[in-house]
Design a protein around this ligand. Sequence first.
Ligand code: GYE
Length: 334
Amino acid sequence: MNKKLISVAAVGALLIGLAGCASGGAGAGGGAETDGGSGPKPIEDLVVGFAQVGAESGWRTANTTDIQSAFEEAGIELKFSDAQQKQENQIKAIRSYIQQQVDYIAFSPVVESGWDAVLNEAKAAGIPVILTDRAVDSADDSLYESFLGSDFVVEGQKAGDWVVEEFADADSVKIIQLEGTTGSAPAIDRAEGFAEVIGEDPKFEVVASQTGDFTRAGGKQVMEALLKSNPDVDLVYAHNDDMGLGAIEAIEAAGLVPGQDIKIVTIDAVKDGMQALADGKINFIVECSPLLGAQLVDIIKTLNEGGSVDKRIITEETTFTQEQAVEALPDRQY
Ligand code: GYE
């Protein structure tokens, strides 16, 4: 008898769902409806396309693993592509997701600009887009449902705050900045936040600033060259751990002691970075969390149920000194 009641209820729900579909006129996206006209699509029927930046850093691989396992756990099908840090590859991947009529598209834009055309195509196809990790500079924010990720300006400010304190007694501080991918939101914002803070005191001088493209090899190569022209540098500010780790190799190869002769501050706090911090080779790390998978799944579930999500969802993060890294390392997941 109980079973019967449940099945009657289920059929009822199905009918309501179907009626909703008919009156709501479900588009290609199905789950895209925000007019409340259609019921939620069963989770197991959802298909999400994710266009990843690449595999340039420890942060990125941790981010990929986290996203893939969050979707697997939720039982939502995830189509995944790796753009190898090229915008044209990401645009191609997004276009292919549109063609396949996925229910949602999520992506981490390799650079900030140049997205309006493809985002308009997704909009026209009725497929909602969620930005994860990195922002776009589109003036029209109706082109995406939400932007989930860190506040990179604040991260740059936190790095700057540490530098101001660390060098409180110094008369002059020469700084090399290793920038992330040119034109990417984290490279632009981390430079801005840092410059804002150190710019308040003229004793801080950025003697060289170049991109290492967020990779370890890039950080090493740039640092090797910049060390030759700036052997008296006091500090390296690297926009991510990997470039800082590359810089450590270059500094050691030049016969200097990283963390002592040249201080190093980085952003991310991935395991290799934390290990170098605990070992005294890096002096301070500002955390940037790659664990965005569960929140991305939540956003998709909410939209699928016809709910609304915040346009901007900011990740919570902390900072680490060398002592704090020693303590945190044993439990660090990535
Ligand atoms: O800091 C870096 C990665 O976009 C926040 O990209 C991300 C950055 C991260 O390559 O390691």
